[in-house]
Every structure is written in structure tokens, then in C-alpha cells.
Design a protein around this ligand. Sequence first.
Ligand code: MTE
Ligand code: MO
Length: 546
Amino acid sequence: MDGGATSSTSPWYAALGGVTGGAVALAIGELAAGLIDRSPSFVVAVGDVVVDRAPTDVVRFGIDAFGRSDKPVLLAGVVVITLALGGLGAMLAWRRCRRGPLVAVFGSVTAVGMVLCARYPDARLAAALLVPLAAGVIGLWVALTLVGLLPPPATVTAAAAGAARPGTAADLDASVPGTEVLPFASPLDPPASRRAFLGWAAAGTGLAATAALGGNVLQRQLVTDATRRAIALPAVASAAGGAAVDGTLDGIAGITPYRIANDSFYRIDTALLVPRVDLASWRLRVGGLVERPFELTFDELVALADVEADVTLSCVSNRVGGDLVGNARWQGVPLATLLERAGVRPEGTQLVGRSVDGWTGGFPTPAASDGRTALVAIAMNGEPLPARHGFPARLVVAGLYGYVSATKWLSEIELVPWDAFDGYWMPRGWSKEGPVKTQSRIDVPGEDATVDAGAQVIAGVAWAPTRGIEQVEVQVDDGPWRDASLGSVVSDETWVQWQLPWDATTGRHRIRVRATDGTGATQPEQRSDVAPDGATGWHTVDVRVR
Ligand SMILES: Nc1nc2c(c(=O)[nH]1)N[C@H]1C(S)=C(S)[C@@H](COP(=O)(O)O)O[C@H]1N2
Ligand SMILES: [Mo]
């Protein structure tokens, strides 16, 4: 192999050295985040700032484009960019025969990591500063060591050695004693053979990948199922409908069940890592514009949680026909009970729920005590709240979109004047009030489904909490609007399942649905976007009958 060929491949060897150093640094961060309580992961801390600062349109684009994998995609982006910076620094360091560029890249990424980890919600300062620092130093050392294994660029060796033996020293395959080495030659015996270099790089990356994976598994387990299972839920005084509901349409193949199981319930939040809450030190504070602010421990809260009700929760980002909506049975303490104990002052016209991760949602205080279900919930479908749905406590308020009302990982209920505070999503272009709009959805047949001619059933769900659903109508092609029959409901705060028998004829058909709420208002046909206050329009599916 001649020197020319090597000089065109060597920058990539250098880059690989930098990438490996970066991978080792990131892996140390992930492992520490899994092993040390309240030690934030660099990747998550950076991703969090991106989510926080990104324009709403970008966030929405992310959700649209990647759906439920928007978070993994974002985190992978942070990893790729960090590794690329390491590679770039290493290429420059190699080309210039100086440590400087590598030190600069690792130094600045480490500094950014220390700042972002330190300001990550609930982080322990010492861990937030020391972990990125240690990771950065070790990563830099790995990168310098690997790049130091490489022979210097051909141009440099040629200049140093004169034209007598152009480029030979740069041959990666020949580990010739006495050949030129970089001024920061590696302690590992430079210049190494191509095989030795690749071996060290592969070992470094492999170790890093294993550590990062292990760290991730550990991070997930920090909220242990054991903690959740140990919680004894009190008996409920008022179980609207009780655990069993008769007369649902759950038996229809393909219809959405009346109650969604915890594992299948939609999840929407800004948290890249599900916040982990230490039950022993967790408190729910009730304060702000109240006469008697107070705090509750988790045990005290659980002891008060004797109300259970079905509430259909919906996300304002749910598109027509979308699935960011679900019904569950929630057990908790009525907000009214807590507010009575605190004594709300007249100026406390907004109830703000704050999360341990700093997220906030706020709604008009009267909604907490106007008779609708409004709970500090500790359980979902008879189980302590799953971590993803807000363990140990969350708000559930019937009839309001989640973004204004349903604070998960609740840490504080604060009463403030309506105009004095805007929740998380307001500055990001969503409206301040978020009553749930009436929506209906066709579950069967599915969009673009092919069904057999003959007796079929059209079925789905419709919701208008707290107004209730009075009527659901279905239209096939240009036929008449026909009344669907409705399944049983526990209350007007839940969705209703509906069905209509259909004599399907061969060909293509368009099916539409519209619902009328308990006030007699029918869903408008006019489609509007989810922003700023929820989508409108009739859900339509196209099907083929054979
Ligand atoms: N702490 C916190 N709570 C939150 C959110 C959030 O981002 N952070 N998102 C809200 C939104 S927009 C919705 S729609 C509901 C969704 O609740 P779920 O994930 O349990 O379905 O949670 C709400 N509570
Ligand atoms: Mo939402």
C-alpha cells in the first residue's frame, strides 16, 4: 500500500478514534445515571432542553413524523451528533498533529453536559457535575490514545523525512520501528498496525455499548414495580359503576374496549425519562392563594383516596380519528376535599398542577368543585398509577384536555390568579382554556380495510366529557344518516361505544360518523387543526367490500 492511499483513509481512522472516545464518555454517563440516584443522563438532559426550546411546530412535526418513537429518535439524534463532534475533533487533531481540537471538543461538550445536568429537574448537584466531568476526561483520554496510535498524516511525515521515502511511514500496515509518530503518541505502542488500531477501537466501542445498555436497563428499574405493588389501596366509598360495567360493546371485534388497560393507555408528556419519585421524601404541597397551606405525605394522601370514577382523558393533539384518548377508572382524593381544607382565597382563580419535573398545567379553580370528577389520582384501573402515567399521584379532571389539567408526577397544587400564570403549553401556542371538544371515531372497519359483502358492523367510540353523548349517526356514501346504538356508560364523563349493522355491498365505500352531545350540539363537519384548542370535523374511513 502506498502513502497516498493511506492518507486518504487515515482521517477516517482518526474519526473512529474520536467516536470511540465519545461513546465511552456517553456510556459512563448512562451507567452512572442507572447506578446513582438523581444523576441525570447527559443524553436525556440535552434532549430535554431541545424539547423545551424547540418551536412548537418542530415538536409537532416530530410527533407527526415519528409518532410514538419521537423520543427515541430525538435521543438517538443527541447521541449521533455528540459522536460526530468527537470524530470531527479527532480528525482535526490528527491532521494538525495537535491535541488541541480534541481537547476543545471534549472540553466544550463536557461543560455543556455539566450545565445541563446540573439544571435538570431534581438532579443531585455533585453527581450532575462530577459524572460529566469524569466521563469527559476519560473519553478524551481514550480518543487521544487511539488517535495517538495512528501515524501522522503523509504530508507531515513527508515534510519531516524529506522526499527520500515519501509516505512510507504513514503505511498503517507496517508497524516499522523508528517510523514517525504523532507528538501525542499513544502509550499503547504507536504507530500501530491497522489491525491493532481497529482492535482497540472495537474494544472501546463494544465496552461503551454494553455499559450504555446496562445503564439504560438500570435507569428503567429505578421506579421499581415492587414499590408500586407494596401500596395498599383503600376501599372506595363511591365507585361510580363499580369495577364491572354491564352492557358495553367490548364483544365487537376490533372496537376499542370501554376501559383501556394501563399498558395500552396512550401516553403523552414532555418527559424523556419517566420521573422517578422517592416515596419516602415525596410530598404533595397545596399552597399559593389559600388560607392554610399544607403538605401531605404519600401515606396521608392514600388514606384520603376513597373515591373512584371512570373518566375519559383526551389529548388536545388528538386528530380526527386519532387514538390519543382513553377511558380508565381512577381512584383518588377529590380536589374539592383538599381545597376545602386549604381554604381558597377569592383571588385564587386558577389551579396550577406542578410536576416533579417542572411541567405545569392550569385550569379555572371552579372546575375543581363544580360537581364533575376532579381528583388527585393515585390509582388507575385498580392498580397504583403506572410510572408512565404519573406515579405516585396525578390530576384527573373530567372534561378538560390533559395539557391544562392532568398533571402527572404531581408535586404541588398552587392557587394563583388566572392572569398571573400560564401553564407549560400556553407560550407554545395552545389556548389557555381546554374544554374537550366532542369527537367520534370509527374503529371498525379500519381505514382502507377490505371486508366481505353482506352483514357487517360499523362500530367505534364517541366522547364529549362532561356533556355526555346523546346520539351517534353514521352515513355510508351519500345515504341517509342513521342512528347507531350506544353501549352502556357509567357517566357523562366517559366515552360511549356505538355500533350500527351494515349490509355491505361490493365496491368502494366511504363511511362517516358524527356525534351529538348532551346539550344537543352536533359535531361540526368543518375540519380544524388540533392547535390551538382541539380538532374538529367528522371522522371518515374508506373501505373496500369484496
Ligand atoms: N408532568 C406532566 N404531566 C402531564 C404532561 C406532561 O408533559 N408532563 N402532559 C399532559 C398531557 S398533554 C396529556 S394529554 C396527559 C396524558 O396523560 P397520559 O400520558 O397518562 O395519557 O398528561 C398530561 N400531564
Ligand atoms: Mo395532551
